[in-house]
Each structure stands twice: as structure tokens, then as C-alpha cells.
Design a binder for this molecule. Structure first.
Ligand SMILES: C[S@@+](CC[C@H](N)C(=O)[O-])C[C@H]1O[C@@H](n2cnc3c(N)ncnc32)[C@H](O)[C@@H]1O
Length: 342
């Protein structure tokens, strides 16, 4: 039971008053409405005067609030003015024990209270404010607004990813592609993941696809440390070999059945390197690229074909798909290319 303000209204007038309370968004959605023979008692978050009603203080039973949006709103209403609650976006991302939110400028003044509300409502440790991306490489800028920050472990499709969300990118928009990778029929293949990061694709494949070996190459030492930890965390150290360095210098050559190119900055410039990594007769390349609205997937096909043909390879596109919107008018796409030496 919770002691709260309530609006007591004769039964026959309850519908009208309910509409008014809903419109003013003043009903306390965490508490249950009560009824007796003559009256209905609506719990409200603040005192309110409405014709033909009486304001009362009384105990209301707590509702089982299963809906996270309602929980967040309820916590926000306790801490920030109602007009600010109205402009807090109703979407968020979860990475392990962390929540990532975006806020309009007018709400930033209340960011600490808003962060606390999300953490309590969602039962999470840290809350970050996503302040957009910076630089040509679109590095995310996350500001910790609640909690102590640091590494967290995110679980997706039975794979554990340890990372620090403030320092390492984890793109929730790529989830379908990670899951697609986990369903490839590639038993016994040798795979080279040229841009492994913390193991986004390598771990999905290692956990679900039974390949012979995956060489996971990553040049950023911080991401590489997480990659190594994640290999152990997922118990795939027999399958995944982490290699620190630039794939142009450190990759094994002439051995892969399949190469993953999960990178979005002039990926085509690495295609010749992918050919050196594949077995001499060729193989499969998962080629990620950025394309414009007007060019679409054809834009990526043309770019890849040009390079592969010049290198003396035949290319066929086994499948292609849009992964996510990357920026206004720009799309992240992936092509599964079969390449064979002519
Ligand atoms: C961030 S991931 C791409 C996103 C990822 N595929 C996903 O699903 O979210 C790309 C990684 O490639 C690494 N990288 C970039 N150039 C590289 C190179 N030449 N050799 C090895 N790693 C590289 C970056 O450090 C980064 O960690």
C-alpha cells in the first residue's frame, strides 16, 4: 500500500473525471484505482481540483507495472517537472548493465535525475547520455549521467560481449547481421575476420557454427584486450585466434574459405587484401559498405566488382541486404560475394 493523493468521484461521473485525469497525465499509473458502492478513487501524482470531486489522502495498492515505459515515466514524474517528462524520448538502448539515452537540449539540465529514473525503472547500474558522433569515423560520444561506469557484459544470442560502452562501440542496429552470421552453414571452414573489434561476428560464428578456425584481427589495443577476454568468456579459445595489428600486415594469407569485412570506411580499399587472405582459388567475402539513397546496393556492387575484376577474379553476389541507416541518406549494406580466380 502507498499513501497518496486521490480523487474521489461519484461512480456515475467517474468516466468524465477519468478522461480529464488522463488528458492532464496526472493519474499515478503505479497505483491501482479503488472502488466502493458509491465512489471511484483515482490515485494522482499531485493534488488537483475538479468539479464534483473530492481530494483525499488515502492508501492505494501498488500495481504490477510490467511495462518499462510506464515504469520510467513513473520514476521521472517523481524527479523532474512534468513538462520535461513529456519531452524525454520513449526509447533507449541497453548494453549489459548500462542504458543509453538521448535527450533534447531542454531536458539536459535534469540529466542526472533523468539518468537515475532510467536506472531505477530498468534495474540497471549505469546510464549514459548519447551526445551523437564525432569526427569522420563517427566515434560515439557518451556521457555518464548515472552510476560509476566501466565495463559491462552484454548478452546477445547466447554470446557474451564484455565492453566499456563509453569507449567501445556496440551497434545495436547490427543485431540482425550478427544473428545472420550465427546461422551460416560453415562447419569446418577457416575464417578470417579482418576487422574483429571485440568479436562482434567472430564470437557469434564460434559459438553457433562449428567452424574449424577463426582468425580475428583487430588493430585497436583496447578493443583487442576485450576481444581476448571475450574469447575466454565464451569458451571458444580453441576456435578463435586473436591477432593484434593492422590486417594489411598481420593477417595469415592464402588460407581462408571466408573473409568478414565488417568495416565501413572505404572498405573497398581492403578488397585486394581480402583476396590475398582467401585460398588461392577464392571463397566467400562478407563485404560491408556504405551507400547513398540514390545508389543503393548497386553502388556497393559496382565498387566491389570493379576492384575484383581488375584483380582477375569473377564475382557473384550470393545475397545482399541493408543493415541499418547510417546517417541521413546513407545506408550500411552487406553483400555476400563469391569470388573465384579467373
Ligand atoms: C568497430 S568494428 C565495426 C563494427 C562491427 N562490425 C559491429 O558489428 O558493430 C571495426 C573494427 O575494425 C578495426 N580496424 C579498423 N581498421 C583495421 C585494420 N586495418 N586492421 C585491423 N583492424 C582494423 C577497428 O579498430 C574497429 O575495432
Amino acid at each position: 500500500m502507498t499513501l497518496s493523493w486521490g480523487v474521489k468521484v461519484p461512480k456515475e461521473d467517474a468516466e468524465r473525471v477519468h478522461k480529464i485525469l488522463l488528458k492532464r497525465k496526472i493519474i499515478d499509473i503505479s497505483l491501482r484505482t479503488l472502488r466502493d458502492e458509491k465512489y471511484v478513487y483515482f490515485p494522482v501524482v499531485a493534488p488537483i481540483v475538479i468539479e464534483n470531486t473530492e481530494l483525499v489522502r488515502m492508501n492505494f495498492p501498488k500495481k504490477n507495472m510490467l511495462n518499462p515505459k510506464d515504469k520510467i515515466r513513473h520514476e521521472l514524474l517523481k524527479r523532474v517537472p512534468k513538462e520535461i517528462v513529456e519531452i524525454v524520448p520513449e526509447y533507449w538502448e541497453v548494453i549489459g548493465d548500462a542504458v543509453i539515452i538521448k535527450l533534447p537540449e531542454d531536458a539536459e539540465k535534469y540529466k542526472k535525475a533523468i539518468g537515475e529514473s532510467f536506472a531505477i525503472a530498468l534495474g540497471k547500474k549505469d546510464v549514459y547520455l548519447d551526445k551523437g558522433v564525432e569526427g569522420e569515423l563517427r566515434k560515439p560520444r557518451f556521457e555518464l549521467i548515472y552510476g560509476t561506469g566501466g565495463p559491462t557484459i552484454h548478452k546477445e544470442n547466447k554470446v557474451l560481449y564484455k565492453l566499456d560502452p563509453a569507449r567501445i562501440m556496440f551497434s545495436s542496429g547490427n543485431i540482425d547481421e550478427r544473428i545472420r552470421m550465427s546461422r551460416l552453414n560453415i562447419t569446418d571452414e577457416i575464417i578470417v575476420d579482418m576487422f574483429a573489434g571485440i568479436g562482434y561476428f567472430s564470437l557469434q560464428i564460434a559459438v553457433h557454427c562449428n567452424p574449424r578456425l577463426i582468425y580475428a584481427i583487430e588493430k585497436n589495443p583496447e578493443a583487442f584486450e576485450y576481444l581476448k577476454e571475450n574469447i575466454l568468456l565464451n569458451n571458444v579459445n580453441d576456435t578463435v585466434i586473436p591477432i593484434l595489428g593492422d590486417n594489411r600486415n598481420v593477417s595469415p594469407e592464402g588460407i581462408a574459405d571466408r573473409v568478414i569485412m565488417g568495416y565501413l570506411h572505404k572498405t573497398h580499399k581492403f578488397l585486394r587484401r581480402a583476396l590475398e587472405i582467401l585460398k588461392p582459388e577464392g571463397g566467400i567475402i562478407h563485404y560491408h559498405d556504405l551507400v547513398h539513397n540514390y545508389g543503393g546496393i548497386e553502388e556497393a556492387k559496382r565498387r566491389a566488382l570493379n576492384i575484383l575484376e581488375n584483380a582477375g577474379y569473377r564475382m557473384s553476389v550470393l545475397s545482399s541486404r541493408y543493415v541499418k541507416s547510417y546517417s541521413p541518406n546513407v545506408w550500411h549494406v552487406v553483400l555476400d560475394l563469391k569470388v573465384e580466380q579467373e
